[in-house]
Ligand binder design. Structure first.
Ligand code: PBG
Length: 308
């Protein structure tokens, strides 16, 4: 009589790939999560695939950052190389790439910035051009799906147009459609080495108080051509997830983010609850609330815990 069942097919595993290391490195704020070196990424992806996972989501940590995020769209950028390595080893595994500029910008913002006296602005349209260029380079490297996480306006339409114009009509788009400016991204910014050097992301990410606006953001992305829409973070936004799934009837993903992960790890370490029980309850609640896909740092463990 159980209504909601979990399986390995529900989960997407985020992978951090660093151009700066030759062997994997632990991420202090995320126990059990690693940055991988290029030489290891196909092995790690193979492990994920062997466990029954269908998809990985790649985040790149480049050697060089600048104010145009050049390494984000370089033909031999770290993500582009990783995609080729993974696809060569595991052609069946769906490779999704995070499309954002923050890891590649010297200032750590998700777009091109301009100082205006004391204040800085993120230039939306200039940023969208670089994002489209980045998405195209990922598709050319063999990515199955690109996942823009920047929250600039109009980027889904621009990316769709660029992909189509270059023969990548088959490449999908998973848009971070409602991404909130959240306290829970802290550990990720360690993992991806992407904290903003000044200011914050509130001019482009959403206010956690706004549900109507979230629905408008999703509507725009659907109109512009998103194949999958994502809500992020997860647990504090279950109401948004539910409403988006009901209203748009689109494949809907949710990102259980780094801070949510770290919180459960810390609680389990203190003996407040069993990690596995807590994780299974959380994932069940996300699926019950409408998630077709869940991005989670526990994807590999969950593939084992949910095996029937
Ligand atoms: C990049 C990006 C972030 C996350 C995914 N893509 C960080 C941010 O917006 O600051 C967060 C993921 C996590 O916390 O697990 N724009």
């Amino acid at each position: 009589m159980r209504e909601t069942k979990l399986s390995a097919h529900d989960f997407i595993l985020p992978l951090f790939i660093s151009e700066k290391i030759s062997a994997h490195q632990a991420i202090a704020s995320m126990p059990g999560v690693f940055q991988f070196a290029l030489a290891e990424i196909a092995d790690e992806s193979q492990r994920a695939s062997d466990l029954g996972l269908q998809a990985v989501l790649l985040f790149g940590i480049p050697k060089d950052k600048d104010e145009q995020a050049s390494s984000a769209y370089a033909e031999n950028g770290i993500v582009q190389q990783a995609v080729r390595a993974i696809k060569a080893r595991c052609p069946e595994l769906i490779v999704i790439t995070d499309v954002c500029l923050c890891e590649y910008m010297s200032h750590g913002h998700c777009g091109v910035t301009r100082m205006d006296g004391e204040h800085f602005h993120v230039l939306n349209d200039e940023s969208v051009q670089l994002l489209a260029k980045t998405a195209l380079s990922h598709a050319a490297a063999g990515a199955d799906i690109v996942a823009p996480s920047d929250m600039m306006d109009g980027r889904i339409g621009a990316i769709r147009e660029t992909l189509d114009a270059n023969g990548f009509e088959q490449t999908g788009i998973m848009s971070y459609a409602a991404k909130f400016a959240s306290a829970f991204y802290g550990p990720f910014r360690d993992a991806a080495e992407s904290p903003p050097k000044f200011g914050d992301r509130r001019s482009y990410q959403m206010d956690s108080a706004n549900a109507q606006e979230a629905l408008r953001e999703v509507a725009l992305d659907v109109e512009e051509g998103a194949d999958i829409v994502m809500i992020k973070p997860a647990l504090p936004y279950l109401d948004i997830l539910w409403r988006v799934r009901e209203r748009f009837e689109k494949p809907t993903a949710v990102y259980h983010v780094s801070g949510e992960f770290a919180m459960v790890k810390a609680g389990a370490e203190k003996g407040c609850f069993e990690e596995r029980d807590a994780v299974l309850e959380i994932m069940t609640s996300l699926k019950r609330a409408g998630a077709d896909l869940i991005v989670t740092y526990w994807a590999k463990e969950l593939a084992e815990w949910t095996r029937r």
